[in-house]
Ligand binder design. Structure first.
Ligand code: MN
Length: 163
């Protein structure tokens, strides 16, 4: 099909030149254009990388990225104003809310962290873990960072914290 016949077909289907306007066009961000960034040490413990970041334009407000933790790496304690969804893509990891039991997570598991709940997520001591993290922003913010997860806290694999 030639370009001219494509345009003719598009017009016949009711599509107009509007499909070529940037805000109406489907956007593909190529992997090759993405940079892999390291998790900032003030927010993570251990080796963490973030890739495939995305942020939907207003009025949509969903953003996230693929986060990979090397063995024993984890986030600091934190909260999300509108909650967060984690979709585990590889490896074996852990997630825990404040004073809650540690839960094991693996590929295909989907985790929902409710708004305002203090928690951390990361890899198991002897396995890396990757998850896709998705959150909506509230007033431009998706996360409030708190203190690091100490080695003692990380090492405590079950039961409530007593601090
Ligand atoms: Mn989180």
């Amino acid at each position: 099909m030639t370009a001219k016949s494509l345009i003719t077909a598009a017009i016949a289907l009711g599509a107009t030149a509007a499909v070529t306007e940037p805000e109406r066009a489907v956007s593909v961000t190529r992997a090759s254009s993405q940079t892999v960034t390291a998790g900032a040490p003030e927010f993570f413990t251990g080796a963490v990388k973030v890739e495939s970041r995305f942020q939907t334009p207003a009025p949509a407000r969903t953003g996230g990225g693929l986060v990979s933790f090397e063995a024993s790496a984890r986030t600091a304690w934190h909260t999300h104003p509108l909650g967060q969804t984690l979709i585990v893509t590889a490896g074996e990891g852990l997630v825990q809310h404040w004073e809650g039991d540690v839960q094991e997570i693996g590929p295909g598991d989907v985790v929902w962290i409710p708004p305002g709940v203090k928690h951390w997520h990361g890899a198991k001591p002897n396995s890396g873990m990757s998850h896709f993290a998705v959150a909506e922003d509230l007033d431009g913010k998706t996360v409030d960072w708190l203190e690091h997860v100490s080695d003692a806290q990380y090492g405590q694999r079950s039961g409530a914290y007593n601090e």
